[in-house]
Design a protein around this ligand. Structure first.
Ligand code: GDP
Ligand code: IMO
Ligand code: MG
Length: 422
């Protein structure tokens, strides 16, 4: 495995964390290049569950380096909490974590604005994680953001904070929200700065030196293709490029240094938050929720569930250039008698096979399904491809062929060992 970009090919929560942790065994460096602590990547080791929000999912493997790149929006208080939480559980977080000074900070006014804007939208809300992600990327694009490198310079940070607090408190006041105490924010952020200082470096230079030394890198996508700010179901998306290109801009590693793209999909579909979801199926959702599955790793919200949407994932293949596919949560379908896969949509009376660009059109799409017989037995203990029941093999092979890419990993449980390499 050379340098691999791993992306979610659906609406997030595909099981990226589990697959990254598994693949890190064979990598040297794991890089996060977009998103923030809206992400929740779960790794289960033995009986222990770890949920990572900002720190790359390679952190549990000894001898690997984790990098938070310039494209990430970083809440320093949340990051310090995450570092402390891992250390308290005996996970080493020291020289194995590097953070780009170019990463933009998520500030308390971003979180407050996220909350206020969602409330203003009422029933048209996006259903964000309320982590301040949209407003933080908004400031970045408007060139009014504060970066981690600024926080490393107390005077500069204080000056930028003062200017930004003035404007943002005025906006918050106009929305009827409580103003934020700039002095308290300054104190808390400068305290976090001292914890983070040893990790901050020019990660672009680090990554280029590592490439020169022949190190292998994994780029850990957050969110998923249809939450991408450009290619997702806008406006029901996040505010970063969650697709393969985001790994380059968000890390400073150029496209010709990337060797392959691994797309992660669930054997069905889930989505958290609002927005169109053509294959949503309440019955499947009830079934998965009753099994204790599909509750958000960041917000705890019950995820919306539905059948596998091959039309959407084919589009994801186009946008990301998926070389290999990892299918997770196959075991989630273990007891399902008839499994549906969406192979086309009906839109305003016409059959279509491409995901529409406009959200209201996606909203009007009804799925055309092909049905597959289930395997009606547990797959959780399968460790080799041939251990899978024939109907399960037929199912995953059909998904790969509908998407038009190669299948390389099948996951049959949350644990590291519950992984089949093809
Ligand atoms: P991520 O955001 O893409 O990393 O995914 P999440 O961690 O938010 O959600 C995936 C959920 O599925 C987590 O609870 C994982 O532990 C779990 N998971 C991943 N792969 C499998 C699998 O093959 N089977 C089962 N049962 N759970 C899985
Ligand atoms: P991982 O990396 C699933 C969704 C939110 C909301 C929309 C915008 O764990 O797959 P935001 O807070 O980003 O402004 O919310 O995006 N969302 C995710 N859904 N998995 C995630 O991350 C998500 N990160 C954001 O639910 O619909
Ligand atoms: Mg998640």
């Amino acid at each position: 495995m050379a340098n691999t970009i791993l992306v979610g090919a659906q609406w997030g929560d595909e099981g990226k964390g589990k697959i990254i942790d598994y693949l890190t065994d064979d990598a040297d460096i794991v890089v996060r290049s977009q998103g923030g602590n809206n992400a929740g990547h779960t790794i289960v080791l033995g009986g222990d569950k770890y949920v990572l929000h900002l720190i790359p999912s390679g952190i549990l493997r000894r001898g690997k380096v984790c990098v938070i790149g310039n494209g990430v929006v970083l809440d320093p208080i949340a990051l310090v909490g995450e570092i402390d939480g891992l250390r308290a559980r005996g996970v080493k977080v020291a020289k194995n974590l590097l953070i780009s000074g170019g990463a933009h900070l998520v500030m308390p006014y971003h979180r407050a604005l996220d909350e206020q804007r969602e409330a203003l939208k009422g029933k048209n809300k996006i259903g964000t994680t309320k982590r301040g992600i949209g407003p933080a990327y908004g400031d970045k694009a408007a060139r009014t953001g504060i970066r981690l490198a600024d926080l490393m310079n107390t005077e500069l940070f204080q000056a930028k904070l003062k200017a930004r607090m003035k404007e943002n408190n005025a906006v918050l006041k106009s929305l009827g929200a409580k103003p934020i105490d700039a002095r308290k924010v300054g104190q808390a952020y400068l305290a976090a700065a001292e914890v983070l200082r040893p990790f901050v470096t020019n990660t672009v230079v680090y990554l280029h030196d590592a490439i020169a030394k022949g190190k292998k890198m994994l780029f850990e996508g957050a969110q998923g293709t249809f939450l991408d700010i450009d290619h997702g179901t806008y406006p029901f998306v996040t505010s970063s490029n969650t697709t393969a290109g985001g790994a380059c801009t968000g890390s400073g590693v150029p496209p010709h240094r990337m060797d392959n793209v691994l797309g992660v999909i669930k054997a069905y579909t889930t989505r958290v938050g609002e927005g169109p979801f053509p294959t949503e199926d309440a019955g499947l959702g009830d079934r998965l929720h009753e099994m204790g599955r599909e509750f958000g790793a960041t917000t705890g919200r019950a995820r919306r569930c539905g059948w596998f949407d091959a039309v959407a994932v084919r589009y994801a293949n186009m946008v990301n250039g998926i070389d290999q596919l990892a299918i997770t949560n196959l075991d989630g379908l273990d007891g399902v008698e008839k499994i549906k896969v969406c192979t086309a949509y009906k839109l305003d009376g016409k059959k279509i096979t491409v995901l529409p660009t406009q959200c209201d059109e996606v909203e009007r799409c009804t799925p055309i399904y092909t049905e597959f017989p289930g395997w009606m037995t547990s797959t959780e203990n399968a460790r080799k491809y041939k251990d899978l029941p024939p109907n399960a093999r037929r199912y995953v092979e059909t998904l790969a062929s509908l998407i038009g890419t190669k299948l390389s990993i099948v996951s049959v449980g949350p644990g590291r060992d519950q992984t089949i390499r093809l």
